[in-house]
Design a binder for this molecule. Structure first.
Ligand code: HEM
Ligand code: NAG
Ligand code: NAG
Ligand code: NAG
Ligand code: NAG
Length: 493
Protein backbone atom coordinates (compact mmCIF):
# COMPACT_ATOMS: atom_id res chain seq x y z
CA UNK A 1 0.00 0.00 0.00
CA UNK A 2 2.73 2.39 1.05
CA UNK A 3 4.62 1.73 -2.19
CA UNK A 4 1.55 2.52 -4.25
CA UNK A 5 1.08 5.83 -2.43
CA UNK A 6 4.76 6.61 -2.83
CA UNK A 7 4.63 5.88 -6.53
CA UNK A 8 1.54 8.06 -6.93
CA UNK A 9 3.22 10.92 -5.07
CA UNK A 10 6.36 10.67 -7.20
CA UNK A 11 4.27 10.48 -10.34
CA UNK A 12 2.29 13.51 -9.20
CA UNK A 13 5.46 15.49 -8.58
CA UNK A 14 6.78 14.55 -12.02
CA UNK A 15 3.54 15.72 -13.61
CA UNK A 16 3.68 19.04 -11.76
CA UNK A 17 7.28 19.58 -12.86
CA UNK A 18 6.29 18.58 -16.38
CA UNK A 19 3.39 21.01 -16.65
CA UNK A 20 5.18 23.88 -14.95
CA UNK A 21 8.06 23.42 -17.33
CA UNK A 22 5.80 23.82 -20.31
CA UNK A 23 4.17 26.97 -19.10
CA UNK A 24 6.99 29.45 -19.30
CA UNK A 25 8.01 31.29 -22.42
CA UNK A 26 9.29 28.34 -24.35
CA UNK A 27 9.10 28.00 -28.10
CA UNK A 28 5.84 26.29 -29.15
CA UNK A 29 5.81 22.51 -28.74
CA UNK A 30 5.48 19.98 -31.51
CA UNK A 31 1.99 18.43 -31.60
CA UNK A 32 1.24 14.99 -30.27
CA UNK A 33 3.10 14.56 -27.00
CA UNK A 34 2.15 12.75 -23.80
CA UNK A 35 3.15 13.72 -20.30
CA UNK A 36 6.46 12.23 -19.17
CA UNK A 37 7.36 10.40 -22.37
CA UNK A 38 6.81 13.50 -24.50
CA UNK A 39 7.26 12.73 -28.16
CA UNK A 40 9.47 9.71 -27.55
CA UNK A 41 6.69 7.30 -28.58
CA UNK A 42 6.99 8.68 -32.10
CA UNK A 43 10.58 7.48 -32.32
CA UNK A 44 10.48 4.15 -30.52
CA UNK A 45 10.14 1.37 -33.03
CA UNK A 46 10.27 3.80 -35.93
CA UNK A 47 12.13 2.35 -38.88
CA UNK A 48 14.83 4.42 -40.54
CA UNK A 49 12.53 5.22 -43.47
CA UNK A 50 9.91 6.53 -41.09
CA UNK A 51 12.54 8.56 -39.28
CA UNK A 52 13.20 10.56 -42.45
CA UNK A 53 9.49 11.18 -43.06
CA UNK A 54 9.14 12.21 -39.45
CA UNK A 55 12.13 14.58 -39.56
CA UNK A 56 10.68 16.28 -42.62
CA UNK A 57 7.32 16.70 -40.87
CA UNK A 58 9.02 18.25 -37.86
CA UNK A 59 10.95 20.62 -40.12
CA UNK A 60 7.79 21.82 -41.89
CA UNK A 61 5.90 22.17 -38.64
CA UNK A 62 8.81 24.11 -37.19
CA UNK A 63 8.81 26.47 -40.20
CA UNK A 64 5.07 26.98 -39.79
CA UNK A 65 5.55 27.77 -36.12
CA UNK A 66 7.99 30.55 -37.02
CA UNK A 67 11.23 28.60 -37.20
CA UNK A 68 11.81 27.52 -33.58
CA UNK A 69 10.07 24.70 -31.72
CA UNK A 70 10.39 22.42 -28.67
CA UNK A 71 10.13 18.66 -28.68
CA UNK A 72 10.10 16.46 -25.62
CA UNK A 73 12.34 13.44 -25.78
CA UNK A 74 11.36 11.57 -22.66
CA UNK A 75 12.05 13.96 -19.80
CA UNK A 76 14.31 16.17 -21.91
CA UNK A 77 13.30 19.28 -23.84
CA UNK A 78 15.04 19.51 -27.17
CA UNK A 79 14.85 22.58 -29.39
CA UNK A 80 14.47 22.55 -33.15
CA UNK A 81 15.69 25.55 -35.12
CA UNK A 82 14.91 26.01 -38.82
CA UNK A 83 14.96 29.78 -39.07
CA UNK A 84 18.17 30.75 -40.94
CA UNK A 85 19.10 33.70 -38.71
CA UNK A 86 18.43 31.84 -35.47
CA UNK A 87 20.28 28.84 -36.91
CA UNK A 88 23.42 30.94 -37.32
CA UNK A 89 22.99 32.50 -33.88
CA UNK A 90 22.86 29.11 -32.18
CA UNK A 91 25.60 27.57 -34.34
CA UNK A 92 28.02 30.38 -33.51
CA UNK A 93 27.05 31.04 -29.89
CA UNK A 94 27.37 27.43 -28.77
CA UNK A 95 30.09 25.34 -30.33
CA UNK A 96 29.65 22.14 -28.33
CA UNK A 97 28.01 19.25 -30.21
CA UNK A 98 25.52 16.93 -28.59
CA UNK A 99 24.01 13.44 -28.33
CA UNK A 100 25.02 11.72 -31.52
CA UNK A 101 28.49 13.04 -31.25
CA UNK A 102 28.66 11.87 -27.67
CA UNK A 103 27.67 8.38 -28.82
CA UNK A 104 30.46 8.36 -31.39
CA UNK A 105 33.03 9.45 -28.83
CA UNK A 106 34.40 6.01 -27.91
CA UNK A 107 35.29 5.61 -31.59
CA UNK A 108 36.22 9.10 -32.76
CA UNK A 109 37.45 10.39 -29.39
CA UNK A 110 39.02 13.81 -29.64
CA UNK A 111 38.63 14.02 -33.41
CA UNK A 112 37.15 17.36 -34.50
CA UNK A 113 33.57 16.15 -34.66
CA UNK A 114 33.46 14.76 -31.12
CA UNK A 115 36.08 16.57 -29.03
CA UNK A 116 35.38 18.82 -26.07
CA UNK A 117 35.49 22.51 -26.72
CA UNK A 118 38.95 23.26 -25.36
CA UNK A 119 40.54 20.44 -27.33
CA UNK A 120 38.45 21.31 -30.37
CA UNK A 121 39.60 24.94 -30.44
CA UNK A 122 43.24 23.95 -30.20
CA UNK A 123 43.06 21.13 -32.75
CA UNK A 124 40.85 22.95 -35.23
CA UNK A 125 43.45 25.72 -35.37
CA UNK A 126 46.16 23.15 -36.06
CA UNK A 127 44.16 21.32 -38.72
CA UNK A 128 42.65 24.28 -40.57
CA UNK A 129 45.83 24.89 -42.64
CA UNK A 130 45.58 21.31 -43.92
CA UNK A 131 42.30 22.25 -45.59
CA UNK A 132 43.40 25.60 -46.95
CA UNK A 133 43.26 26.20 -50.69
CA UNK A 134 47.02 25.92 -51.09
CA UNK A 135 47.04 22.54 -49.45
CA UNK A 136 43.97 21.04 -51.10
CA UNK A 137 45.19 22.13 -54.53
CA UNK A 138 47.66 19.30 -54.13
CA UNK A 139 44.73 16.90 -54.06
CA UNK A 140 43.58 17.82 -57.54
CA UNK A 141 45.89 15.19 -59.05
CA UNK A 142 44.30 12.56 -56.83
CA UNK A 143 40.77 13.75 -57.63
CA UNK A 144 41.47 13.59 -61.37
CA UNK A 145 43.01 10.15 -61.11
CA UNK A 146 40.11 8.86 -59.04
CA UNK A 147 37.53 10.42 -61.37
CA UNK A 148 39.14 8.60 -64.29
CA UNK A 149 38.99 5.41 -62.32
CA UNK A 150 35.27 5.92 -61.67
CA UNK A 151 34.61 6.63 -65.36
CA UNK A 152 36.43 3.43 -66.23
CA UNK A 153 34.61 1.33 -63.64
CA UNK A 154 31.27 2.61 -64.88
CA UNK A 155 32.09 1.43 -68.40
CA UNK A 156 30.57 -2.01 -67.82
CA UNK A 157 27.22 -0.36 -67.05
CA UNK A 158 27.05 1.91 -70.11
CA UNK A 159 24.06 1.04 -72.26
CA UNK A 160 23.09 -1.81 -69.90
CA UNK A 161 19.99 -0.38 -68.20
CA UNK A 162 19.52 0.85 -64.64
CA UNK A 163 21.95 0.03 -61.85
CA UNK A 164 22.87 1.24 -58.37
CA UNK A 165 25.47 3.94 -58.99
CA UNK A 166 25.84 4.49 -55.23
CA UNK A 167 27.88 1.28 -55.07
CA UNK A 168 30.37 2.90 -57.46
CA UNK A 169 30.50 6.37 -55.90
CA UNK A 170 30.97 4.84 -52.45
CA UNK A 171 33.87 2.64 -53.43
CA UNK A 172 35.44 5.52 -55.33
CA UNK A 173 34.99 8.09 -52.56
CA UNK A 174 36.30 5.69 -49.94
CA UNK A 175 39.42 5.12 -52.05
CA UNK A 176 39.84 8.85 -52.63
CA UNK A 177 39.52 9.62 -48.94
CA UNK A 178 41.87 6.81 -48.03
CA UNK A 179 44.38 8.24 -50.47
CA UNK A 180 44.17 11.83 -49.25
CA UNK A 181 44.08 10.86 -45.57
CA UNK A 182 46.66 8.05 -45.53
CA UNK A 183 48.54 8.77 -48.76
CA UNK A 184 48.03 5.16 -49.86
CA UNK A 185 46.16 3.64 -52.74
CA UNK A 186 43.39 1.44 -51.43
CA UNK A 187 42.51 0.14 -54.87
CA UNK A 188 44.54 -3.04 -54.72
CA UNK A 189 43.30 -3.89 -51.24
CA UNK A 190 39.68 -4.61 -52.08
CA UNK A 191 39.41 -7.03 -49.18
CA UNK A 192 40.28 -4.26 -46.74
CA UNK A 193 37.98 -1.75 -48.38
CA UNK A 194 35.05 -4.15 -48.07
CA UNK A 195 35.58 -4.79 -44.39
CA UNK A 196 36.16 -1.12 -43.65
CA UNK A 197 32.99 -0.11 -45.42
CA UNK A 198 30.95 -2.87 -43.81
CA UNK A 199 32.12 -2.05 -40.30
CA UNK A 200 31.66 1.68 -40.80
CA UNK A 201 28.05 1.05 -41.93
CA UNK A 202 27.45 -1.22 -38.97
CA UNK A 203 28.82 1.41 -36.62
CA UNK A 204 26.43 4.01 -38.01
CA UNK A 205 23.50 1.66 -37.59
CA UNK A 206 24.41 1.09 -33.98
CA UNK A 207 24.50 4.85 -33.38
CA UNK A 208 21.07 5.29 -34.96
CA UNK A 209 19.59 2.43 -32.93
CA UNK A 210 20.90 3.99 -29.75
CA UNK A 211 19.52 7.40 -30.69
CA UNK A 212 16.04 5.97 -31.15
CA UNK A 213 15.96 4.39 -27.69
CA UNK A 214 16.03 7.10 -25.03
CA UNK A 215 16.87 4.68 -22.23
CA UNK A 216 20.08 3.71 -24.00
CA UNK A 217 21.17 7.35 -23.94
CA UNK A 218 22.17 6.71 -20.35
CA UNK A 219 25.73 5.34 -20.33
CA UNK A 220 25.10 3.10 -17.34
CA UNK A 221 22.25 1.28 -19.02
CA UNK A 222 23.96 1.25 -22.39
CA UNK A 223 27.02 -0.41 -20.91
CA UNK A 224 25.03 -3.61 -20.30
CA UNK A 225 23.15 -3.70 -23.59
CA UNK A 226 23.62 -6.06 -26.51
CA UNK A 227 24.09 -3.03 -28.72
CA UNK A 228 27.16 -1.99 -26.77
CA UNK A 229 28.67 -5.43 -27.29
CA UNK A 230 28.14 -5.04 -31.04
CA UNK A 231 29.71 -1.61 -30.91
CA UNK A 232 32.79 -2.98 -29.15
CA UNK A 233 33.24 -5.76 -31.72
CA UNK A 234 32.82 -3.34 -34.57
CA UNK A 235 35.25 -0.84 -33.14
CA UNK A 236 37.92 -3.44 -32.55
CA UNK A 237 38.14 -4.08 -36.29
CA UNK A 238 37.95 -0.43 -37.31
CA UNK A 239 40.65 0.56 -34.83
CA UNK A 240 42.85 -2.28 -35.92
CA UNK A 241 42.82 -1.11 -39.53
CA UNK A 242 43.65 2.51 -38.69
CA UNK A 243 46.27 1.57 -36.13
CA UNK A 244 47.98 -0.78 -38.56
CA UNK A 245 48.28 1.88 -41.26
CA UNK A 246 49.25 4.51 -38.72
CA UNK A 247 52.05 2.40 -37.29
CA UNK A 248 53.45 1.78 -40.74
CA UNK A 249 53.23 5.46 -41.72
CA UNK A 250 54.91 6.56 -38.54
CA UNK A 251 57.80 4.17 -39.08
CA UNK A 252 58.23 5.50 -42.62
CA UNK A 253 58.06 9.07 -41.39
CA UNK A 254 60.68 8.54 -38.70
CA UNK A 255 62.92 6.71 -41.16
CA UNK A 256 62.79 9.19 -43.97
CA UNK A 257 62.39 12.55 -42.34
CA UNK A 258 59.52 14.73 -43.26
CA UNK A 259 60.74 15.98 -46.62
CA UNK A 260 60.62 12.66 -48.38
CA UNK A 261 57.02 12.21 -47.40
CA UNK A 262 55.97 14.93 -49.76
CA UNK A 263 55.46 13.20 -53.06
CA UNK A 264 55.81 15.27 -56.16
CA UNK A 265 53.23 13.90 -58.56
CA UNK A 266 53.93 14.51 -62.24
CA UNK A 267 53.52 18.24 -62.86
CA UNK A 268 50.66 19.13 -60.52
CA UNK A 269 51.09 20.97 -57.23
CA UNK A 270 52.63 19.13 -54.28
CA UNK A 271 50.51 16.42 -52.74
CA UNK A 272 50.78 15.73 -49.05
CA UNK A 273 48.48 13.32 -47.22
CA UNK A 274 46.70 14.50 -44.06
CA UNK A 275 48.46 11.87 -42.01
CA UNK A 276 51.85 13.32 -42.92
CA UNK A 277 50.74 16.69 -41.68
CA UNK A 278 49.41 15.12 -38.47
CA UNK A 279 52.67 13.21 -37.95
CA UNK A 280 54.64 16.36 -38.62
CA UNK A 281 52.62 18.26 -36.02
CA UNK A 282 52.93 15.35 -33.60
CA UNK A 283 56.63 14.69 -34.02
CA UNK A 284 57.98 18.18 -34.69
CA UNK A 285 55.62 20.16 -32.47
CA UNK A 286 54.45 17.52 -30.00
CA UNK A 287 50.86 18.51 -30.78
CA UNK A 288 49.19 15.08 -30.65
CA UNK A 289 49.82 11.63 -29.23
CA UNK A 290 49.29 8.44 -31.26
CA UNK A 291 45.74 7.97 -30.03
CA UNK A 292 44.81 11.51 -31.07
CA UNK A 293 46.29 11.02 -34.52
CA UNK A 294 44.25 7.84 -34.85
CA UNK A 295 41.10 9.71 -33.80
CA UNK A 296 41.76 12.49 -36.29
CA UNK A 297 42.36 10.18 -39.23
CA UNK A 298 39.29 8.10 -38.36
CA UNK A 299 37.21 11.28 -38.12
CA UNK A 300 38.44 12.41 -41.51
CA UNK A 301 37.81 8.98 -43.03
CA UNK A 302 34.34 8.93 -41.51
CA UNK A 303 33.52 12.54 -42.35
CA UNK A 304 35.03 12.39 -45.80
CA UNK A 305 33.99 9.29 -47.68
CA UNK A 306 30.33 8.71 -47.10
CA UNK A 307 29.40 12.37 -47.44
CA UNK A 308 31.08 12.97 -50.78
CA UNK A 309 29.83 9.60 -52.08
CA UNK A 310 26.23 10.49 -51.15
CA UNK A 311 26.31 13.98 -52.64
CA UNK A 312 27.75 12.48 -55.83
CA UNK A 313 25.01 9.86 -55.89
CA UNK A 314 22.16 12.38 -55.37
CA UNK A 315 23.63 14.86 -57.83
CA UNK A 316 23.98 12.25 -60.58
CA UNK A 317 20.41 11.09 -59.90
CA UNK A 318 19.05 14.65 -60.04
CA UNK A 319 21.00 15.49 -63.20
CA UNK A 320 19.58 12.31 -64.73
CA UNK A 321 16.07 13.43 -63.77
CA UNK A 322 16.27 16.84 -65.47
CA UNK A 323 17.42 16.70 -69.07
CA UNK A 324 17.41 20.51 -69.36
CA UNK A 325 19.91 20.74 -66.51
CA UNK A 326 22.05 18.01 -68.01
CA UNK A 327 22.11 19.84 -71.33
CA UNK A 328 23.32 23.05 -69.68
CA UNK A 329 26.05 21.20 -67.79
CA UNK A 330 27.21 19.68 -71.05
CA UNK A 331 27.30 23.07 -72.74
CA UNK A 332 29.45 24.40 -69.94
CA UNK A 333 31.77 21.37 -70.11
CA UNK A 334 32.01 21.79 -73.89
CA UNK A 335 32.91 25.46 -73.59
CA UNK A 336 35.71 24.64 -71.16
CA UNK A 337 37.06 21.32 -72.41
CA UNK A 338 35.85 21.18 -76.01
CA UNK A 339 36.19 17.57 -77.04
CA UNK A 340 39.30 17.10 -74.98
CA UNK A 341 39.48 14.43 -72.32
CA UNK A 342 42.10 16.36 -70.34
CA UNK A 343 42.35 16.68 -66.56
CA UNK A 344 40.42 19.32 -64.64
CA UNK A 345 42.70 22.18 -63.55
CA UNK A 346 42.42 24.76 -60.79
CA UNK A 347 41.41 27.36 -63.41
CA UNK A 348 38.67 25.07 -64.78
CA UNK A 349 37.20 24.67 -61.31
CA UNK A 350 36.37 28.37 -61.02
CA UNK A 351 34.83 28.30 -64.47
CA UNK A 352 32.47 25.43 -63.68
CA UNK A 353 29.86 27.85 -62.35
CA UNK A 354 26.73 26.09 -63.53
CA UNK A 355 28.00 22.72 -62.29
CA UNK A 356 28.62 24.32 -58.90
CA UNK A 357 25.09 25.67 -58.84
CA UNK A 358 23.86 22.14 -59.60
CA UNK A 359 25.87 20.72 -56.68
CA UNK A 360 24.60 23.44 -54.31
CA UNK A 361 21.04 22.84 -55.41
CA UNK A 362 21.42 19.09 -55.05
CA UNK A 363 22.65 19.59 -51.47
CA UNK A 364 19.68 21.85 -50.81
CA UNK A 365 17.17 19.30 -52.11
CA UNK A 366 18.85 16.31 -50.43
CA UNK A 367 20.87 17.52 -47.44
CA UNK A 368 22.83 14.43 -46.52
CA UNK A 369 23.19 15.77 -42.98
CA UNK A 370 19.64 16.99 -42.40
CA UNK A 371 20.45 18.00 -38.81
CA UNK A 372 23.41 19.25 -36.83
CA UNK A 373 23.35 19.46 -33.05
CA UNK A 374 24.50 21.84 -30.34
CA UNK A 375 24.57 21.58 -26.56
CA UNK A 376 23.53 24.95 -25.19
CA UNK A 377 26.20 26.02 -22.72
CA UNK A 378 24.39 29.30 -22.06
CA UNK A 379 20.96 30.86 -22.61
CA UNK A 380 20.65 31.87 -26.23
CA UNK A 381 18.54 34.88 -27.17
CA UNK A 382 16.86 34.37 -30.53
CA UNK A 383 14.63 36.70 -32.53
CA UNK A 384 11.40 35.74 -30.75
CA UNK A 385 12.39 33.57 -27.81
CA UNK A 386 15.18 32.47 -25.52
CA UNK A 387 16.61 28.96 -25.50
CA UNK A 388 17.61 27.62 -22.11
CA UNK A 389 21.09 26.67 -21.06
CA UNK A 390 21.84 22.96 -20.66
CA UNK A 391 19.51 21.73 -23.35
CA UNK A 392 20.08 20.20 -26.73
CA UNK A 393 19.37 22.12 -29.90
CA UNK A 394 18.75 20.44 -33.23
CA UNK A 395 19.81 22.69 -36.09
CA UNK A 396 17.51 21.73 -38.95
CA UNK A 397 19.59 22.07 -42.11
CA UNK A 398 16.68 20.53 -43.98
CA UNK A 399 14.36 23.19 -42.55
CA UNK A 400 16.61 26.06 -43.64
CA UNK A 401 16.69 24.47 -47.09
CA UNK A 402 12.88 24.69 -47.32
CA UNK A 403 12.47 28.08 -45.66
CA UNK A 404 10.08 30.57 -47.33
CA UNK A 405 13.15 32.63 -48.35
CA UNK A 406 13.50 30.15 -51.23
CA UNK A 407 10.20 31.26 -52.63
CA UNK A 408 7.07 29.32 -53.51
CA UNK A 409 9.03 26.76 -55.55
CA UNK A 410 11.33 25.80 -52.67
CA UNK A 411 10.59 22.11 -53.30
CA UNK A 412 11.76 22.32 -56.88
CA UNK A 413 15.21 21.38 -58.16
CA UNK A 414 16.29 24.57 -59.89
CA UNK A 415 20.06 25.22 -60.11
CA UNK A 416 19.39 28.62 -61.69
CA UNK A 417 18.33 29.96 -58.31
CA UNK A 418 22.02 30.00 -57.34
CA UNK A 419 22.96 32.19 -60.30
CA UNK A 420 22.33 35.89 -60.70
CA UNK A 421 20.35 37.80 -58.11
CA UNK A 422 17.88 35.09 -57.08
CA UNK A 423 20.04 33.54 -54.34
CA UNK A 424 18.70 34.57 -50.92
CA UNK A 425 20.90 37.21 -49.35
CA UNK A 426 21.53 35.17 -46.23
CA UNK A 427 24.77 33.71 -44.86
CA UNK A 428 22.93 30.51 -43.95
CA UNK A 429 21.60 29.88 -47.47
CA UNK A 430 24.32 27.29 -48.02
CA UNK A 431 23.59 25.24 -44.93
CA UNK A 432 24.63 21.79 -46.13
CA UNK A 433 28.10 21.99 -44.58
CA UNK A 434 26.87 23.69 -41.44
CA UNK A 435 27.59 27.37 -40.81
CA UNK A 436 29.73 29.56 -38.59
CA UNK A 437 32.91 28.67 -36.80
CA UNK A 438 32.21 24.95 -36.67
CA UNK A 439 31.45 24.64 -40.35
CA UNK A 440 32.58 21.41 -42.04
CA UNK A 441 36.36 21.52 -42.34
CA UNK A 442 36.19 19.62 -45.62
CA UNK A 443 33.96 22.11 -47.44
CA UNK A 444 36.31 23.35 -50.15
CA UNK A 445 37.94 19.92 -50.40
CA UNK A 446 34.49 18.44 -51.09
CA UNK A 447 33.52 21.04 -53.67
CA UNK A 448 36.79 20.42 -55.53
CA UNK A 449 36.35 16.69 -55.42
CA UNK A 450 32.68 16.83 -56.49
CA UNK A 451 33.27 19.20 -59.39
CA UNK A 452 36.25 17.25 -60.70
CA UNK A 453 34.45 13.91 -60.50
CA UNK A 454 31.21 15.19 -62.04
CA UNK A 455 33.07 16.90 -64.87
CA UNK A 456 34.76 13.62 -65.80
CA UNK A 457 31.64 11.48 -65.44
CA UNK A 458 29.13 13.79 -67.13
CA UNK A 459 31.28 14.63 -70.15
CA UNK A 460 31.66 10.91 -70.74
CA UNK A 461 28.14 9.59 -69.95
CA UNK A 462 24.58 10.67 -70.50
CA UNK A 463 22.61 9.86 -67.33
CA UNK A 464 18.92 9.19 -66.81
CA UNK A 465 16.94 8.44 -63.68
CA UNK A 466 13.88 9.62 -61.74
CA UNK A 467 14.53 10.98 -58.28
CA UNK A 468 10.84 11.36 -57.44
CA UNK A 469 10.68 7.58 -57.18
CA UNK A 470 13.41 7.41 -54.58
CA UNK A 471 12.65 6.20 -51.05
CA UNK A 472 15.16 7.49 -48.50
CA UNK A 473 16.03 6.76 -44.89
CA UNK A 474 18.11 8.18 -42.07
CA UNK A 475 21.27 6.25 -41.25
CA UNK A 476 22.89 9.14 -39.40
CA UNK A 477 23.00 10.68 -42.85
CA UNK A 478 20.35 10.62 -45.56
CA UNK A 479 20.60 7.39 -47.56
CA UNK A 480 18.63 5.99 -50.50
CA UNK A 481 16.66 2.79 -50.01
CA UNK A 482 15.24 2.25 -53.51
CA UNK A 483 14.25 4.05 -56.67
CA UNK A 484 17.58 5.87 -56.94
CA UNK A 485 19.08 3.75 -59.70
CA UNK A 486 20.20 5.40 -62.94
CA UNK A 487 20.98 4.40 -66.50
CA UNK A 488 24.09 5.64 -68.29
CA UNK A 489 25.06 5.77 -71.95
CA UNK A 490 28.42 6.61 -73.48
CA UNK A 491 28.60 9.95 -75.24
CA UNK A 492 31.71 8.96 -77.17
CA UNK A 493 32.42 5.70 -78.93
C1 HEM B 1 29.77 17.05 -49.46
C2 HEM B 1 30.36 16.52 -48.46
C3 HEM B 1 30.22 16.93 -47.02
C4 HEM B 1 29.13 17.39 -46.33
C5 HEM B 1 27.72 17.65 -46.85
C6 HEM B 1 29.56 17.61 -44.97
C7 HEM B 1 28.75 18.11 -43.95
C8 HEM B 1 29.19 18.40 -42.68
C9 HEM B 1 28.36 18.98 -41.65
C10 HEM B 1 26.89 19.33 -41.78
C11 HEM B 1 29.14 19.13 -40.55
C12 HEM B 1 28.69 19.65 -39.19
C13 HEM B 1 28.76 21.14 -39.10
C14 HEM B 1 28.10 21.66 -37.84
O1 HEM B 1 27.95 20.92 -36.89
O2 HEM B 1 27.71 22.81 -37.82
C15 HEM B 1 30.45 18.64 -40.89
C16 HEM B 1 31.52 18.62 -40.02
C17 HEM B 1 32.73 18.03 -40.32
N1 HEM B 1 33.14 17.50 -41.53
FE1 HEM B 1 32.04 17.49 -43.22
N2 HEM B 1 30.88 17.28 -44.86
C18 HEM B 1 31.32 16.87 -46.09
C19 HEM B 1 32.60 16.45 -46.43
C20 HEM B 1 33.64 16.33 -45.56
C21 HEM B 1 34.97 15.90 -45.91
C22 HEM B 1 35.42 15.54 -47.31
C23 HEM B 1 35.69 15.88 -44.76
C24 HEM B 1 37.13 15.50 -44.52
C25 HEM B 1 38.01 15.17 -45.39
C26 HEM B 1 34.82 16.31 -43.69
C27 HEM B 1 35.18 16.41 -42.37
C28 HEM B 1 34.41 17.01 -41.41
C29 HEM B 1 34.87 17.23 -40.04
C30 HEM B 1 36.22 16.83 -39.47
C31 HEM B 1 33.82 17.87 -39.37
C32 HEM B 1 33.83 18.36 -37.92
C33 HEM B 1 34.31 19.78 -37.95
C34 HEM B 1 34.36 20.44 -36.60
O3 HEM B 1 33.50 20.17 -35.78
O4 HEM B 1 35.27 21.24 -36.41
N3 HEM B 1 33.58 16.58 -44.21
N4 HEM B 1 30.46 18.21 -42.19
C1 NAG C 1 8.80 36.92 -34.60
O1 NAG C 1 9.03 38.31 -34.44
C2 NAG C 1 8.87 39.06 -35.62
C3 NAG C 1 9.26 40.50 -35.37
O2 NAG C 1 9.51 40.76 -34.02
C4 NAG C 1 7.42 38.91 -36.12
O3 NAG C 1 7.25 39.63 -37.32
C5 NAG C 1 7.11 37.44 -36.35
O4 NAG C 1 5.77 37.27 -36.71
C6 NAG C 1 7.39 36.64 -35.11
N1 NAG C 1 7.22 35.22 -35.42
C7 NAG C 1 6.58 34.40 -34.64
C8 NAG C 1 6.40 33.03 -35.14
O5 NAG C 1 6.15 34.72 -33.57
C1 NAG D 1 44.53 -6.73 -36.95
O1 NAG D 1 44.58 -6.88 -38.35
C2 NAG D 1 45.63 -7.70 -38.82
C3 NAG D 1 45.58 -7.72 -40.34
O2 NAG D 1 45.41 -6.47 -40.88
C4 NAG D 1 45.48 -9.09 -38.26
O3 NAG D 1 46.57 -9.90 -38.65
C5 NAG D 1 45.41 -9.00 -36.73
O4 NAG D 1 45.15 -10.29 -36.21
C6 NAG D 1 44.33 -8.07 -36.28
N1 NAG D 1 44.36 -7.92 -34.85
C7 NAG D 1 43.26 -7.93 -34.10
C8 NAG D 1 43.46 -7.73 -32.64
O5 NAG D 1 42.15 -8.08 -34.57
C1 NAG E 1 27.86 27.07 -53.91
O1 NAG E 1 28.22 26.86 -52.56
C2 NAG E 1 29.50 27.29 -52.20
C3 NAG E 1 29.75 26.90 -50.78
O2 NAG E 1 29.51 25.56 -50.55
C4 NAG E 1 29.63 28.78 -52.40
O3 NAG E 1 30.90 29.23 -52.05
C5 NAG E 1 29.35 29.11 -53.85
O4 NAG E 1 29.33 30.49 -54.06
C6 NAG E 1 28.03 28.51 -54.31
N1 NAG E 1 27.97 28.60 -55.76
C7 NAG E 1 27.03 29.20 -56.42
C8 NAG E 1 27.11 29.17 -57.90
O5 NAG E 1 26.11 29.75 -55.85
C1 NAG F 1 9.04 10.04 -62.26
O1 NAG F 1 8.31 9.41 -61.25
C2 NAG F 1 7.15 10.10 -60.85
C3 NAG F 1 6.56 9.43 -59.64
O2 NAG F 1 6.53 8.05 -59.76
C4 NAG F 1 6.18 10.16 -62.05
O3 NAG F 1 5.03 10.88 -61.70
C5 NAG F 1 6.88 10.86 -63.22
O4 NAG F 1 6.08 10.83 -64.36
C6 NAG F 1 8.22 10.19 -63.53
N1 NAG F 1 8.94 10.99 -64.50
C7 NAG F 1 9.48 10.47 -65.59
C8 NAG F 1 10.17 11.42 -66.50
O5 NAG F 1 9.39 9.30 -65.88
Amino acid sequence: MLTVVLILVILGCCLIVWFRRNNNEEPPALNGYFPLIGHAHLLIGAGNIHLWIYLKEIAYECLNAGGVMSIFHGPKTVYCVADPDDFLTVADTCLQKDCFNEFAKPWLGDGLATSDLTTWKEHRKLLDPAFSQAFTDGFLTVFNKQARRLVKELEVKAGKGTFDHFVYTRKNALETTFFTVFGEDFNDKSFLINIYQQKMDQMLNILVERFKKPWLHCDYIYRWSALRKQQDDCMKILLNISNTVLKKKKAVYLNNGKNQNIKKETNGPKFKAFIDLLLELAIEKDAFNDEEIREHVDTLMFGGHDTVASVLMYTILLVGSYSGVQKKILEELQSIFGDSNRDVTRADLSQLVYLEAVINESMRIYPIMPISTRRLDRDVQLKNCTLKKGRTCLLFIFGVNRHPMWGPDAEKFKPERWLGSTTPDCPTAIAGFGVGRRVCIGKSYSMMSLKTTLAHVLRRYRVSGNHSQMVAKIDVSLKPVSGHHVKIDSRVQ
